[in-house]
Write a protein that binds this ligand. Sequence first.
Ligand code: NAP
Length: 243
Amino acid sequence: MRNALITGASRGIGAAVAVKLAEAGYRVFINYCHSAEKAETLSKELRSRGFFSDIVRADVSDPDEVRRMFAELSNKYRGTDILVNNAGIAQTKLFTDITDDDWRRMLSVNLSSAFYCCREALPFMIRQQFGRIINISSMWGQVGGSCEVHYSAAKAGIIGLTKALAMEEGLSGITVNCIAPGVIKTDMTSNLTETDITALKEETPTGTIGTPEDIAAAVLFFASDSSSFITGQVLGVNGGFVV
Ligand code: NAP
């Protein structure tokens, strides 16, 4: 049975990924930062359905906390076979209003976190000559989002990290891929008004906005053996909004 660590799995896309991977037979580790109760409830729900699940707290923007999280997991449960770098934050601001703190926080939660987690996960993956790293970027990392320059920069960084790391780890049996979601209904997009949603749907070829389960299905594919010849790729799961 393979171990899957999903960062930021207490809510939204991460939580849907945890459910999907648990249902597919992975042992899932739900990382959270602030939402302890949500993480615990999700884990309990999964266990009550007969799946393996545990929770692990860490602020993934802090390298020491990430180190401690991986040490805890490897002491208790071998190591991490599947790493899903999903934790993220968003902020809408004019570029000229972005402060040094906004910039540092955005980059550390959305980009440095993936560096810290990959760095801790890789030694075990290399030793066993198998691993799957799945990074969650955004379509705004592909094309740039107005009033989200720091978010777009971090998400574009995730794409660069994915491609370069994939080149380095291919011979070790480790694939590194990236999913670039479009607009997905979660807390992150709860500030959108009905009018915004209608306009976004009209701009989207499928005429819909996405669900966390749409992203979870793509993560499951990248985690599975069916995707072993795919690495360094960016999969847009966006209803055709960006093609
Ligand atoms: P969400 O509903 O706001 O959930 C964010 C998750 O990230 C929560 O579980 C939160 O955990 C966790 N998190 C935030 N900061 C963290 C930290 N420092 N350490 C550990 N966990 C942290 O967001 P979402 O919509 O599910 O987004 C998930 C990912 O998809 C993000 O990377 C986001 O940028 C990306 N994405 C989302 C959309 C969208 O439309 N929703 C589109 C493109 C890309 P706690 O609550 O426990 O702190």
